[in-house]
Design a protein around this ligand. Structure first.
Ligand code: CO
Length: 133
């Protein structure tokens, strides 16, 4: 499989309206857009940095993945996403190598991307997302 670059870093926050000002007013980044991602039960703010971006994720339902993450670990980095050339091929290769996957098939992610998560036990505690745009 071929990882092209870090597509984004997902950061779980309590509230976008409280988290965004640090990244915009203090760090000087810009919010490109905010999208509701139903599959993640989250509102996602995109803050590009050259060919990567930060994604600030605010849960819209307490039992969603972001809500659960914040409840057990507090705000912070929730996942890292690698952009791959071909997500289906990447998943097939990982499966063949016996890597535990959360998603065996790609699902729709933010910004129209195809995404899939690798089980965090495989990647030593980091939730890794593969992403094809
Ligand atoms: Co992501």
């Amino acid at each position: 499989m071929k990882i092209l670059h870090i597509d984004h870093i997902g950061i779980a926050v309590d509230r976008l309206d409280r988290a965004c000002p640090f990244y915009t007013d203090i760090l000087g980044l810009s919010v490109l857009e905010v999208e509701h991602v139903q599959d993640q039960k989250a509102n996602v703010a995109f803050l590009p940095i050259t060919d990567s971006e930060l994604e600030l994720l605010e849960t819209t339902e307490l039992d969603g993945p972001i809500g659960k993450f914040i409840k057990s670990r507090g705000e912070g980095i929730q996942h890292i996403a690698f952009r791959v050339e071909n997500i289906e091929e990447s998943l097939a290769e990982l499966k063949e190598k016996g890597v535990r996957l959360i998603d065996e098939k790609p699902r729709p992610g933010a910004g129209g991307a195809k995404i899939a998560f690798i089980h965090p036990k495989e990647s030593h505690g980091v939730l890794v997302e593969l992403c094809q745009r």
